[in-house]
Write a protein that binds this ligand. Structure first.
Ligand code: ATP
Ligand code: MG
Ligand code: MG
Ligand code: MG
Length: 479
């Protein structure tokens, strides 16, 4: 089944259950001081959950563009190294605002997965909230009993507060959730496991695909919970992961969401995918990052030196670094992938088609300028090497290259290694720490999905901050 059909079947299924299909909201948030990018399907609907606005229909379904590169959800460093975390991904969702609740949410999820998509129920697992002493909450018996009518009890696993209780922040609507996991291990892999152990949920081929959140409580300012008069459903399913399962492959990158981009990279760089691990990581990084950057530009967020623009610039530079180092691309080429991306995704996301020219131009210019930086950095690094009379290059010099010229440290380390030299990593880390301490402003930063400002709080901009990954986060202080 093609990815396009998988997406439309999801939407049609819920449309037939009286949901309105709505387009994805823009991924870049312009006026929200608490969140830079939409990082889950629920974010655009937060005013409905808070009761500040009323939807036209209290049942909605959509496929939302999400970006998880900062704050509470930051998957950036995973990307390329595993097969199912992306920076940009689509989250398929169905929503009930004070309408249906657990009964329908669970029954429909099951119907869609096993009857419409035809997933074998013997590869599915579900999780249920085990309860929390701290919050004086019992286990989610209601969800357990509903699941029991569909799936054998040894496939229902208990989950703790961290995984199975969703909260938007320290206040507001919250509730238990049930996750659906798919076991795509090969028969061979399964045979390795002792027959009694059904499954190790941490296995890389046992993948979470869908999270059903049952919002039934409200967390008050004093930390206590009250039952919500109006209960809500919020679900999110990773589209690319669903495609992996339905297309019978072991990696999101082997689905038709990614293969056209990967084929194009292979052709341009003249390097095959699947033969060398470094090359493979680079190809996965580039095929992922080009999507994140292209969608952001289409949404109006260009790479820049501040805020969200800086995050986008860092993502693109990460891709350029990998292509420079592992695919030997010394000339701009990532912009050339935009064509195939917009052909592939342009139907579902027309902004990719209409903004194609702009996206290509912006990416190409960024590539040119960062490749120049890399070139200059190489010259400087060579000079440092020539002038040094030791075979260890000082951490301070490497830090200067990194800090002043934007020359990435992993590249410095790699080049030195190739020359048979060493880098004083501890010295570099200590310079890095000094800089972090300087920039770790006293202000607090929210790591939640969002924060609810108390009525008497106003926000004052207090500057940017540099995190480990060098992603700038805008900080605000409540005054
Ligand atoms: P994981 O545990 O795999 O990191 P999660 O629990 O953080 O996922 P949720 O916040 O529950 O994810 O989001 C709902 C669904 O979105 C997940 O079940 C998964 O299918 C998908 N998803 C989450 N993060 C990513 C990502 N970085 N790339 C692709 N899909 C994702
Ligand atoms: Mg996660
Ligand atoms: Mg999870
Ligand atoms: Mg989850």
């Amino acid at each position: 089944m093609k990815s396009q059909d998988i997406r439309s079947q999801f939407l049609t299924f819920f449309k037939n259950k009286q949901h309105d299909i709505v387009p994805s909201a823009p991924m870049v948030l312009k006026d929200d001081p608490t969140l830079m990018f939409v990082n889950s399907g629920m974010a655009p609907f937060k005013e409905y959950f808070l009761g500040n606005a009323q939807p036209k229909n209290n049942r909605i379904t959509d496929s939302q563009k999400c970006l998880r590169v900062s704050g509470k959800h930051n998957d950036l460093e995973e990307v390329g190294y595993d097969t199912y975390h992306h920076t940009l991904f689509e989250m398929l969702g169905n929503w009930s605002f004070g309408d249906y609740f657990k009964n329908e949410a669970i029954a429909w999820a099951w119907e869609l997965l096993t009857e419409v998509y035809g997933i074998d129920k013997n590869i599915l697992y579900v999780t249920v909230f085990e309860g929390s002493k701290e919050d004086k909450l019992p286990m989610d018996q209601e969800a357990y009993d509903l699941w029991k009518s569909f799936i054998s009890e040894d496939r229902i696993l208990m989950g703790n507060k961290k995984d199975n209780f969703w909260e938007m922040g320290d206040q507001g609507p919250c509730g238990p959730c049930s996750e659906i996991h798919v076991d795509i291990r090969s028969a061979e892999e399964k045979a390795k496991v002792d027959g009694k152990t059904l499954v190790n949920m941490d296995h890389p081929q046992v993948v979470e695909i869908w999270n059903l959140v049952f919002m039934q409580y409200n967390r008050k300012a004093n930390g206590s919970l009250e039952v919500l008069p109006q209960k809500h459903i919020d679900t999110g399913m990773g589209f690319e992961r669903l495609c992996m399962v339905l297309q019978g492959v072991q990696s999101n990158y082997d689905t038709d969401v990614f293969t056209p981009i990967i084929r194009e990279i292979e052709t341009i760089a003249n390097k095959p995918y699947g033969e060398n691990e470094d090359v493979d990581v680079a190809i996965r990084v580039i095929s992922d990052h080009v999507r994140a950057v292209a969608f952001s530009i289409a949404d109006g967020q260009l790479p820049s030196n501040t805020g969200a623009g800086y995050v986008i610039r860092r993502i693109l530079r990460r891709a350029i670094r990998y292509s420079f180092t592992f695919l030997d691309q010394k000339e701009p080429f990532i912009y050339r992938l935009v064509d195939v991306l917009s052909k592939k995704m342009g139907e579902a996301f027309p902004e990719l088609k209409s903004q194609k020219q702009l996206i290509e131009n912006v990416i190409k210019e960024e590539e040119q300028s960062f490749l120049r930086t890399l070139d200059q950095g190489l010259v400087l690094l060579n000079r440092i090497v020539e002038e040094s009379n030791s075979d260890t290059i000082s951490g301070q010099k490497a830090f200067e290259l990194y800090d002043t010229f934007g020359f990435p440290i992993d590249l410095t380390a790699l080049i030195l290694r190739e020359k048979g030299l060493q880098l004083d990593e501890a010295g570099f880390q200590s310079e890095m720490k000094k800089q972090k301490d300087r920039s770790r402003a006293a202000s607090e930063m929210s790591t939640e999905d969002w924060i609810i400002l108390k009525e008497d709080t106003v926000q004052e901009f207090v500057g940017y901050d540099l995190l480990e990954t060098n992603v700038k986060i805008t900080r605000y202080r409540k005054v």
